[in-house]
Design a protein around this ligand. Structure first.
Ligand code: AMP
Ligand code: GLY
Length: 430
């Protein structure tokens, strides 16, 4: 099997790494990839958003399976385009990717299909949005409708702040086109959990639960980022809890999307708030999370390429073998991230090839002309450890973090700690 992975981050390095281990894979390409993917696959110099060039490459190189990492090409119709050419591409069509691409669509879809989520309403006018916001007890949440790279969500501490957020989106258009409509919603309390499901139109394989760490600094301080670390699985979440998510969230999505004429195939990532009343959906993503994927892939013991191939062709396997134990990912970022940061800094201490139990997935790296690996992004490395339990996984990850580095590197020192030292205060079982 010849496989193409689309994207260039830590998620794509982890996907490529897992696919490389699959027995049936002969050739592996990553477009555009990074210095990490270059060591296990052939990088192809095509941008992840270039639908036409990716399709032409897949056709020209007899690619049997394309696996899409980021959301932008999904929303741009890469899967539709490839399917129209008779190519197999794992991921949702543009119509199905609206579950992530439009928060208004996702919320109204959940309402239509009885999927638990925060109370809300959708507006394109300021007065309506403000009036509805007055009916909610602060804090409340204002969200820009479209893809806003994780920045379109404002938690307003007061009605005045909510008014400002509504104005920023609807009047000042601070989020561009994605702010043409706003979702005003109830603030939920609890613990955030990510659940990923590999889906074909009517069936789903639920992967282990995971948890992102979105804030830049320790103790969940500082600005939101793309994600500074992840653990998998979430220690307190039981098999029965996951089954509950399957029945109340994942299967109703698949059923609803089929009923609405946009069957969903690909990765459905439910961002959940585990409230005292059970899980409620904060958002859907229609792709793998980053850095959750870097912690999830080492837990998959089976043939990952066959799993994606099966999902994309309607022959999803009945189960995916899960490795016992836990994984933890610590992101090493460039000083300044998520704001401006320098690039081109040489990276020291990289381990050449992933050993069992310790992996350095590259997130923002490239090979300099002199052959050195240098920084090329805000999130640079996704250092991952596997262990018999979360404590062991974290020890390995942090041991590796201490060995790699570059000028200005920083990482959080408290990934997963709430589960180890008892500082976790909010969840239904706590
Ligand atoms: P979203 O992009 O919708 O996941 O929102 C980004 C982040 O904002 C989430 O990961 C939560 O931390 C927070 N958030 C979003 N919606 C809510 C809500 N209704 N209640 C509390 N926090 C929320
Ligand atoms: N880790 C959050 C995301 O991928 O959206």
């Amino acid at each position: 099997m010849n496989v193409l992975v689309v994207g260039s981050g830590g998620r794509e390095h982890a996907l490529a790494w897992a696919i490389r281990r699959s027995p049936g894979v002969d050739e592996l390409h990553v477009a555009p990839g990074n210095a990490g993917t270059a060591s296990i696959a052939r990088n192809v110099d095509i941008g992840a958003d270039d639908v036409e060039a990716l399709t032409a490459f897949a056709r020209g190189h007899a690619i049997d399976l394309t696996v899409v990492g980021p959301e932008a090409p999904l929303n741009a119709g890469l899967v539709d385009r490839m399917r129209a050419e008779g190519l197999v591409c794992y991921g949702p069509t543009a119509a199905a990717a609206r579950l992530e691409g439009s928060k208004a669509f996702a919320k109204e879809f959940m309402q239509r299909h009885g999927i638990p989520t925060a109370a809300f309403a959708v507006f394109d006018d300021v007065s309506g949005a403000r009036a509805f916001a007055r009916t909610l007890e602060p804090p409340l949440v204002i969200k820009a409708d479209g893809l806003a790279a994780g920045k379109g969500v404002i938690i307003a501490a007061s009605h005045a702040e909510a008014d400002d957020a509504i104005d920023a989106m609807l009047v000042e258009k601070r989020f561009g086109d994605s702010g043409g409509r706003v979702v005003v919603e109830e603030f939920l309390r609890g613990e955030e959990v990510s659940v990923h499901a590999v889906c074909t139109a009517d069936r789903a394989l639920i992967l282990p639960s995971s948890q992102d760490h979105k804030r830049a600094f320790d103790n969940d301080e500082g600005p939101n980022t793309g994600g500074m670390g992840a653990i998998a699985p979430v220690p307190w979440l039981t098999a029965a809890d996951l089954e509950h998510v399957r029945e109340r969230v994942i299967m109703p999505v698949l059923h609803g999307m089929r009923a609405e004429g946009a069957p969903f195939t690909g990765t459905l990532y439910a961002g959940l708030m585990w409230t005292p009343g059970g899980p409620k959906v904060l958002e859907f993503n229609t792709r793998f999370g980053d850095p959750e994927t870097e912690a999830l892939m080492p837990l998959l013991a089976g043939d990952v390429a066959a799993m994606f191939m099966g999902a994309a062709t309607g022959r999803l396997p009945d189960a995916v073998p899960i490795r016992a134990g836990a994984a933890a990912t610590v992101v090493v970022a460039s000083g300044g991230y998520p704001g401006a940061y320098p690039t081109g800094r040489p990276i020291e201490g990289l381990v050449a090839e992933s050993e069992d139990g310790e992996m350095v997935f590259h997130a923002g790296t490239r090979l300099a002309p002199d052959g050195r690996v240098v920084t090329a992004g805000g999130r640079v490395l996704a250092v991952t450890g596997w262990g018999a339990d979360l404590r062991g996984a974290l020890e390995r990850a942090y041991r590796l973090v201490a060995r790699v580095g570059f000028d200005g590197a920083f990482s959080r020192s408290d990934i997963g700690r709430r589960h180890i030292d008892g500082s976790r205060t909010q969840n239904r079982k706590g």
